[in-house]
Design a protein. Structure first.
Lengths: 264, 634
């Protein structure tokens, strides 16, 4: 009975619509500037998903609008449609094909995740302290030098952020890095990022933390290693005692190793 | 006067509420005195003098209102007041304001109450969008803004979307399975009357010192455990909404399992019944988790327990695990009944059997099973054990498969049918397929850990949740309301106004929620009263579309109210549907059926020569007896 449907034409329409939607969607830079090694990988994943999604969306649209065009009841037609109850092969197809697509997506995502969280040997560790409604940073490798409201990191070197919260949950997000992690009271959370573009960015709190949540921001400066060394050497303050205490007390519940490489 | 006090009703209910609240205050005073504490509280967030009456007061109201009369008399060995069935049916609008055990009255009570909260929550959305129309702070300050979006979400989720489905199903489900009522009519009435109390607690929190709860509908600890008094209103409101939801789900389960008409095997149930069976399975097992989580927060606040206080040995992240173990299944609680509605509407208006009926039912069960294993996808950046992310990602993506089956099967149903689009219900059902596909696609993207790390807690999330909850659930609710409006009210609504409402809502939804994806990916976090100026133009556009969307809902309200009062009389079966509720008059007789119908075939046998779904009373002569239910026969 499906022989009566112009399957080839419908598929061609789906492919054409997919191509058109993909062309428009891919021409736009959705996520904004890329400023870390993770960013292009995440954006590539997003772009692949955009094309796959465009295909699924186009398929649904073509199926829907063809049906509406072809099988719309004529005015006054009170008769019923054909008593078709299903088609096992078709039902198997639209169970299996989406399964394959999402499993492909899962595998691809997993590999990207492993990739962007791969720890490097020479990583710089930076402590992130959050408190309603301000950010501050400590550099344990530089004698616990401390600065408020302004994060400096060297370009092209992996940074391991160790995050601590003093009160409620905050979340650390630099959109250009595509990295986000909650700062949770009582535990140390970790995020890994390798900034690869010199520039000034904004650190945004993305977990509701009270009335000052919207204004909880900090400046992020990515600079050449020499400038960074000079800047960090110029820091006068040390990490305050209560913050040092929270570093000691927090439990590490967020191992960086992905599943299989250490796991639980 | 004395008679009025003795009689269950509003006077006794309010009296009960006052007395019970006074008892609550007294209890706190006495206990504090015995414990050697100052009689009036000094703690910053505990407020036991308010929290305890907030528990006892509503219970006192329910007792006074008559919700427990029959059971209390029975339990105390007193003669129960015989069922004179005067509590059945509604003769005037006033009857809807009384304790009533008729499932049809309760269904209408549910629908009207939940739509009241829909409009209150919608007004809050308008205020939110007014504030966000421009960067900076204009209309409300940041703290009030936090209260507004928290209350908006809570009203929409707990006292609109979840219960309105219970209301629609309350009305049509017993009719659909050929039952005279729900299995436990008194429990059904109690379930309903807990709902307005929950809504009042949520809205009443605006009167609390410190303002309404403002930790978001998620109420993450420790922000919620340290929040002002309003948060306790949320903790308690969820208990009443949750208890209502659980009791209703039990009622549906027992009704569906034990009260189907003779011949209605599981494989002959309409998909709306399957959908509510699945939803009820989710509710009874998952809802106790949010009740527990909110009690733990309340205990941390009032009793000084340390469940989520890291300083006292508590675990902050465990709140999120418990919360999402309910709240992820909850999104299916808010979607599966809608799937059922769409199946009914599309099959009826395309004059076609549902394509792949059994797979459709199995897909519902598949979603129920999978939905318990995906909760941590809300926590990919929360700092939980990182190994949990990949398995949760895989289950999350797999849940797209049964959902996809449903989308494709609805599309398959349209083929070789006779599609009628004159009904607004069908328009909403068709548009639902499109908007829900988009919401599903963004859901798959969110399920992928690397993408989620970037867009988590941004406007992308706001866009996704509104596409699946507004473009998804609310579209199905509108489809259901329009579809069964003639059956429920006995009147026809105005299709022209319905069409205006439909197109306005469709354009408004897309205009409001599509751009939110973009600004989210580009760096705008959610739950902020103020934002970077670069997002100003987009937000202005979104706000304009949101106001338009809001205005369109007034067309719906007008259409419903005026049509209910003045619309042309509806015939029994205006859509020429097969299922049993359409075979009785509109509105149905008080006890639904003179004689329980006999089910002799599947519910969607459109176009099958001579096929019948059910044989109603008085027409059994030509059919000797119901066909035996054979396993494997659709």
């Amino acid at each position: 009975m499906y022989g009566r449907l112009p399957i080839a034409k419908m598929l061609a329409a789906t492919v054409a619509l997919t191509a058109a939607i993909s062309a428009v969607m891919l021409s736009i830079n959705w996520d904004g500037q890329e400023a870390s090694t993770a960013a292009p990988k995440i954006d590539d994943l997003l772009n692949v998903m955009i094309v796959l999604s465009a295909f699924v969306f186009s398929l649904v649209m073509v199926m829907l609008f063809y049906a509406l065009w072809k099988f719309k009841a004529k005015p006054g037609d009170e008769s019923d449609g054909e008593p078709i109850h299903g088609n096992t092969r078709l039902e198997i197809a639209w169970t299996l094909i989406p399964t394959i697509i999402v499993l492909f997506g899962a595998g691809y995502s997993w590999s990207v995740l492993n990739d962007i969280e791969e720890p490097a040997k020479n990583a710089l560790t930076v402590d992130v302290f959050s408190q309603q409604y301000a950010w501050s940073f400590g550099y344990p490798g530089k004698g616990n030098a401390y600065v408020q409201g302004e994060l400096h990191v060297p370009v092209n070197r992996q940074v391991q952020f160790k995050m601590h919260s003093q009160d409620v949950i905050h979340s650390f997000w630099v959109p250009e890095w595509r990295i986000k992690k909650d700062n949770v009271p009582g535990i140390t959370t970790t995020a890994t990022v390798t900034p690869d573009k010199v520039g000034t960015y904004q650190l945004i709190c993305t977990e509701l933390c009270g009335f000052g949540h919207a204004s909880m921001r900090a400046k992020v400066v990515v600079e050449p290693p020499a400038d960074f060394r000079k800047w960090v050497a110029g820091l006068k303050e040390k990490v305050p005692a209560p913050y040092m205490e929270s570093i000691r007390q927090d439990t590490e519940t967020n191992p960086v190793e992905p599943l299989g490489a250490g796991g639980a | 006067m004395v008679a009025a006090i003795k009689q269950p009703g509003w006077i006794r209910g309010l009296l009960g509420a006052i007395l019970a609240a006074a008892f609550g205050v007294g209890l706190v005073v006495v206990l504090r005195d015995i414990s050697g504490l100052p009689i009036w509280q000094t703690e910053q967030t505990g407020y036991p003098h308010v929290v305890v009456p907030l528990i006892t007061g509503p219970l006192g109201f329910l007792a006074g209102f008559g919700c427990f009369d029959y059971w209390l008399r029975w339990a105390a060995g007193m003669p129960t007041i015989p069922e004179d069935h005067s509590q059945h049916g509604a003769k005037s609008w006033k009857d809807y304001f009384h304790f009533n055990t008729d499932h049809k009255v309760i269904g209408i009570q549910y629908i009207c109450t939940t739509f009241f909260f829909f409009f209150v929550g919608g007004l809050m959305a308008m205020l939110i969008r007014a504030e966000l129309a421009q960067p900076g702070t204009q209309i409300v300050d940041a703290a009030t803004y936090n209260s507004l979006f928290s209350t908006h979400a809570v009203l929409m989720i707990f006292v609109f979307v979840i219960p309105v489905f219970a209301g629609i199903a309350n009305y049509v489900l017993p009719l659909m399975i050929g039952a005279p009522d729900m299995a436990f009519p008194r429990l059904n009435a109690l379930s309903f009357w807990m709902l307005p109390l929950a809504g009042l607690l949520f809205i009443g929190s605006f009167l609390a010192p410190g303002g309404a709860f403002d930790a978001g509908w998620t109420g993450y600890a420790p922000l919620s455990t340290g929040a002002p008094l309003g948060q306790s209103f949320f903790n308690l409101g969820v208990q009443f909404a949750g208890a209502s939801s659980i009791a209703t789900a039990l009622n549906f389960l027992v009704t569906i399992i034990t009260m189907r008409a003779p011949g209605m095997t599981f494989w002959r149930m309409p998909l709306l019944v399957w959908a509510n069976l699945s939803t009820s399975l989710l509710v009874v097992a998952a809802t106790p988790f949010i009740a527990g989580a909110q009690f733990m927060v309340l205990f941390d606040r009032v009793l000084g327990t340390q469940f989520f206080q890291f300083a006292g040995g508590g675990d902050v992240i465990s709140y999120q695990h418990i919360f999402w173990f309910y709240s992820h299944p909850a999104v299916y609680i808010m979607m599966l009944p809608g799937f059922g509605i769409i199946s009914e509407v599309i099959s009826t208006h395309a004059r076609k059997p549902i394509f792949g009926y059994r797979l459709m039912a199995l897909a519902l069960i598949g979603i129920v099973v999978l939905s318990y294993s995906v909760w941590a996808h809300h926590m990919f950046v929360a700092g939980m054990f990182s190994w949990l992310r990949v398995p949760m990602m895989i289950t999350t993506l797999l849940i797209a498969v049964p959902t996809g089956i449903k989308i494709f099967s609805w599309l398959g149903t349209l083929y070789f049918g006779k599609i009628h689009t004159y009904s607004t219900a069908m328009l909403f059902a068709l548009a639902f397929i499109v908007t829900f596909t988009i919401g599903g696609i963004s859901g798959v993207m969110l399920g992928m850990v690397p993408i989620d790390i970037h867009v988590s807690d941004t406007y992308f999330i706001v866009a996704h949740i509104h596409f699946v909850l507004f473009g998804g659930s609310v579209f199905t609710i509108f489809a259901g309301i329009y579809h069964w409006f003639p059956k429920i009210t006995g009147r026809m609504y105005d299709e022209k106004l319905g069409r205006v409402h439909f197109w306005g809502t469709l354009v408004g939804t897309w205009g409001t929620f599509i751009p939110m994806h973009w600004i989210g990916m580009d760096g705008m976090p959610r739950r902020v009263a103020d934002y970077a100026t670069q997002f100003g133009n987009w937000n202005l556009l979104i706000s304009c579309c949101a106001f338009f969307l809001g205005a369109c809902q007034l067309v719906f309200l007008y259409n419903m109210v005026v049509s209910w009062r003045f619309g042309p009389r509806a015939v029994a079966n205006p859509w020429r549907a097969n299922s049993i509720e359409w075979q009785v008059s509109s509105p149905p007789p008080i006890y639904n059926f003179d004689e329980i119908p006999r089910v002799v075939g599947g519910p969607y046998e459109y176009g099958v020569p001579g096929a019948r779904h059910a044989i109603m009373a008085g027409e059994g002569a030509e059919v000797a007896k119901p066909e035996p239910a054979v396993v494997g026969q659709t």
